[in-house]
Ligand binder design. Structure first.
Ligand code: WT7
Length: 651
């Protein structure tokens, strides 16, 4: 059983955390950037952004130069206006041209232990063939291509091939369900779906192709399906629609010139949950995203020529886009990709991977760190972790206890830990410490990255001072920011720039201390963060009420020692039906994905509502966490509902 403790305990621990961990003299001496350098460049990035960003962008290749660094028509920004570039060209051709052709770009390890390696020259050759194959399948510049793949090298190759021809990729996490995939295919109006026969997870095969077929039947825009053979190539293929990846690449030419694309040409759409309605297609463009991920990967991870860099995120999430694929490859780094589960065949797998591939930089999520911590120190102790020199954390607030364990047991008190705060929407890291420049404070993300001007505000836009908790906002545009919500610019304006006048509203609560360090406390909207993944409570509620046995549903988060937060559902049965919790969980998995499956279900006879009919989730959160009811219950239509709910055991 999962132990729980109130969210306030976590926050309390963070507020009273006063440990400071400084980088070693050794690390500082070798680091790319020190404190003074950071201060000077950060200042310049705010005072003279044109010079700052021109200098960074100028390190990359442009087919045509930009005329203007930023055109800001709030809330719409264009960066490197008029410039033409190509992110795949910059990640591959450019690196081969500067002598990195023989350097390893990707080391991939499958869950079954198979290892594949690609040098920069080999990766470029694959991407060129894949680009030709996409064109042969009728994909044109601007067309949307959906990827539904396991974490195999072909996922990165397919993303880069899309970028190379100017097709817009939309990666859907392989753990998402048929209907989640179908919704995303339809929203993006994708022409092509790239999937695989199956993926491996904890020793079992997960048939992606079967899901893809079901989703395709619901997605009229879809014309073709490209299928990577990951398992046995036995998946049924629909004549005229489906093509094997290996056949398509074998038939494709080896030569390909990257398309010069406008800096603002869309690069990808990535769906993420918001507080209301269906997931939003977060739209990123070429030039600014490229410059942002290039600079942050280089500085935050202090990239050196001989690093072996491992970001454990799946490419289905933004972390996988920015820090498993684009950022490190733009920098010519050697990237490790691992396909499977962290506990297969046992909880030592990550540490064996680090030892086997001599990983120097590890970037993972607090939820993973907490799971490892629970397994004790023996698994890491059995592996040689001496190659590690830098650790990173991302996806949710990291509790100081997990931070200290990561630093002590994984990093042997030798490796700096960077806690990076950012979002799907920000495209790249916004708040962090730089490992050679700043001491870390466990639980606190740290300082703003270049060009980022954060503030803590009240709902009405009043700026707060040091140590006051409030809403985290960003006061000016940055190159890798989202440009719009795909197909719904109104939602973009409202959700991000309309909540508080004139600033970007992140949806997180935070505070800044006297040293300027930001501690991010978590979402202030109806978005849950389960194991570092975003889920909207409304999405789960609509899945629940779509089941015939459920008349009404309310979903809240409950603090969880491993997942950070878990899903708790309150459901009212439909007259004449009984709710079967097992079936309901399976239903939510089917509608959204296993991530969204409720950990606890309360079968209720009523929900706490105001007289105007609004569900008071605040009280449901207290009940879910097993806390006593606090706050004014007098606005409730029937306060006795709370007592009955609190006395109801969850199932
Ligand atoms: C939300 C964004 C950014 C990549 C992965 C998640 C939370 C993310 C941190 C951190 C505290 C964090 C925030 C944010 N979050 N990193 N270091 N400390 N909270 O991307 O799915 O778009 O989720 O994750 O709540 O708003 P995402």
């Amino acid at each position: 059983m999962t132990q729980t403790r109130p969210a306030s305990d976590h926050i309390d621990a963070m507020l009273h955390e006063d440990r400071v961990v400084a980088p070693s003299a050794d690390f500082q001496a070798r680091a790319r950037m020190g404190r003074e350098d950071y201060d000077r460049r950060y200042r310049q990035s705010l005072d003279d952004p044109d010079t700052f960003w021109s200098e960074v962008a100028g390190q990359l290749h442009w087919f045509a130069p930009w005329q203007e660094v930023l055109d800001w028509q709030p809330p719409h920004a264009q960066w490197f206006v008029g410039g033409q570039t190509n992110i795949a060209y910059n990640a591959l051709d450019r690196n081969v041209a500067r002598g990195l052709g023989a350097k390893t770009a990707i080391i991939w390890e499958g869950e079954d232990g198979e290892v594949r390696r690609f040098t920069y020259a080999e990766l470029l050759a694959e991407v060129k063939r894949a680009a030709n194959a996409l064109t042969a399948l009728g994909v044109e510049k601007g067309d949307r291509v959906t990827l539904y793949l396991p974490l195999v090298p072909e996922a990165a190759i397919a993303m880069l091939a899309c970028a190379r021809i100017g097709a817009v990729h939309s990666v859907v996490f392989g753990g998402f369900s048929v209907s989640a995939l179908a919704d995303r295919l339809n929203d993006a109006q994708s022409k092509l779906l790239i999937t695989a026969d199956a993926g491996q997870r904890r020793g079992a095969l997960v048939s992606l192709k079967a899901n893809a077929d079901e989703a395709a039947a619901l997605a009229p825009s879809l014309e073709k399906m490209l299928v990577v053979c990951r398992a046995d190539c036995e998946a049924p293929m629909q004549a005229g629609r489906d093509v094997w990846w290996h056949d398509a690449l074998a038939a494709a030419g080896a030569e390909h010139e990257a398309a010069p694309l406008d800096s603002e040409h869309p690069l990808f759409v990535l769906y993420t949950s918001g507080s209301t309605g269906k997931p939003k297609g977060v739209q990123h463009t070429t030039g600014g995203y490229m410059v942002g991920t290039y600079l942050t990967t280089q500085t935050v991870f202090d990239l050196q020529d001989d690093d072996v860099y491992w970001c454990t995120a799946d490419v289905g999430w933004i972390t996988g886009h920015s820090y498993s694929v684009y950022g490190p490859l733009l920098n010519g780094a050697t990237v490790l990709m691992y396909e499977g589960a962290p506990n297969h065949p046992d909880w030592g797998r990550f540490w064996q991977l680090v030892a086997r591939h001599r990983v120097t930089i590890l970037y993972t999520a607090p939820t993973a760190i907490r799971s490892f911590m629970r397994q004790g120190d023996d698994f890491p102790a059995r592996a040689d972790l001496s190659s590690l020199r830098l650790l990173g954390s991302v996806g949710e607030p990291i509790n100081p206890e997990a931070w200290m364990w990561y630093w002590r047991v994984i990093g042997s008190e030798r490796c700096p830990v960077v806690d990076t705060w950012w979002q799907t929407e920000t495209g790249s890291i916004m708040l962090t410490t730089l490992p050679g420049a700043h001491p870390s404070k466990p639980g606190s993300a740290g300082l703003p990255m270049f060009g980022v001007e954060p503030a803590i505000m009240t709902r009405s836009g009043e700026e707060l001072g040091a140590d006051d908790g409030g809403l985290l906002v960003l006061k000016r545009p940055w190159p890798s920011m989202l440009r719009t919500v795909y197909g719904d610019d109104e939602r973009y304006r409202k959700a991000y720039w309309g909540e508080i006048e004139g600033v970007y509203f992140a949806g997180d609560g935070a505070r800044r201390d006297a040293d300027g360090y930001y501690t991010v406390m978590g979402r202030v909207d109806d978005v849950l963060n389960v194991s570092g993944h975003r889920l909207g409570t409304m999405e789960i509620e609509s899945a629940l009420v779509a089941h015939p046995s459920v008349a009404e549903a309310a979903v809240v988060g409950r603090p969880d020692d491993v997942k950070g937060e878990c899903v708790v559902a309150f459901v009212l049965p439909q007259g004449g039906y009984t709710v079967d919790p097992k079936e309901l969980r399976a239903h939510v998995s089917k509608e959204i994905g296993a991530l969204a499956r409720p950990d606890a279900i309360y079968i209720a006879d009523a929900l706490p509502k105001t007289r105007s009919g609004k569900i008071m989730r605040r009280f449901l959160r207290q009940i879910a966490a097993g806390r006593s009811i606090e706050g004014d219950t007098s606005t409730l239509e029937d306060p006795s509902v709370l007592e009955r709910l609190a006395a109801t055991p969850s199932v």
